[in-house]
Design a binder for this molecule. Structure first.
Ligand code: URA
Length: 273
């Protein structure tokens, strides 16, 4: 986001998502956790025992709620050692997912969107989650943003079949809202298994949500993009999401700069026209 109106819109979106989460998580638990943060002790389960009264000091400050992307997700599982044929591994991971009902996104999805491309790809693109077209077709990035992603991949001298494309969550969040922490917690382990099976040299995180979630880093995508990050033994490049580039075409130049860093890392030549 580069202009104040975009930043304000982003803040409002985060605040709304946070309000939804507060409601879903249940105010009581949130207040208990906040109080624990304020008192700097671990949150406690409700108990029938009488709690000692707070010392008669000034009321403890209520901790400022963290924006959505900063909410602590559990740390991701450790990197698995390389294990055999990536084709077989991916097939096994897909089979393990099955007709997944691990989170509420299963209720409205039409298709689970696992991922497509080369199981031995050196380059993996990770988006946020399927949109409407992806949900209908069961394949990531097939709508307008997908068409732009295809052009970006082709500009790198690659094809969609040569890279691997997937998302942080595999089922469409209703109305294309951001995936929620409980949904990420259920789904991300499968993404990590996919990445561990493919073992690409480079992961490109498409957009704020994917970058912040994978890296557990709330820094804005505007500041994160274009900087290499270490990620599970791979190199990760955060860049703008194609949907954002469709809304802000003047930012395409920066995304292209990021992709050129990726090309350099992979020893790719820019294709001749
Ligand atoms: N946006 C995403 O983040 N992923 C898709 O698969 C499609 C649109």
């Amino acid at each position: 986001m580069s202009n104040p109106a975009d930043e304000l819109a982003e803040l409002i979106r985060d605040a709304r998502a946070h309000a939804t989460w507060l409601r879903d998580a249940g105010e009581e638990r949130v207040l208990r956790d906040r109080q624990a943060v304020a008192l700097q002790r671990p949150p406690q389960a409700p108990s029938n025992q009488v709690r000692p009264a707070r010392p008669p000091t000034a009321p403890a400050p209520i901790a400022k709620p963290a924006p959505v992307a900063q909410r602590p997700l559990a740390p991701p599982a450790p990197v698995a050692p390389p294990s055999g044929d990536p084709v077989a591994r991916l097939a096994q991971i897909r089979a393990d997912l099955g007709d997944c009902k691990r989170c509420k996104l299963c209720q409205k999805r039409k298709n689970l969107v696992f991922g497509v491309g080369n199981p031995r790809a050196e380059l993996v693109f990770v988006g946020e989650g399927p949109g409407e077209n992806e949900d209908l077709q069961g394949e990531p990035f097939v709508g307008a943003a997908g068409q732009l992603l295809d052009k970006m991949i082709e500009a790198m001298g690659l094809s969609r079949q040569q890279v691997y494309i997937c998302n942080v969550v595999k089922c469409r969040p209703p109305g294309n809202r951001n995936p929620e922490p409980d949904e990420i917690e259920q789904c991300e382990p499968f993404l990590l298994q996919q990445l561990d099976a493919i073992r690409p040299k480079v992961v490109v995180a498409l957009g704020k949500f994917a970058a912040q979630t994978l890296l557990r880093d709330p820094t804005s995508i505007t500041r994160m993009r274009g900087q290499w990050r270490a990620y599970r033994g791979m190199k990760l490049m955060p860049t703008f999401h194609p949907s954002y580039l469709l809304r802000s075409p003047s930012e395409k130049r920066k995304a292209w700069d990021d992709l050129q860093l990726v090309m350099k890392e992979l020893g790719l030549e820019r294709p001749k026209k």
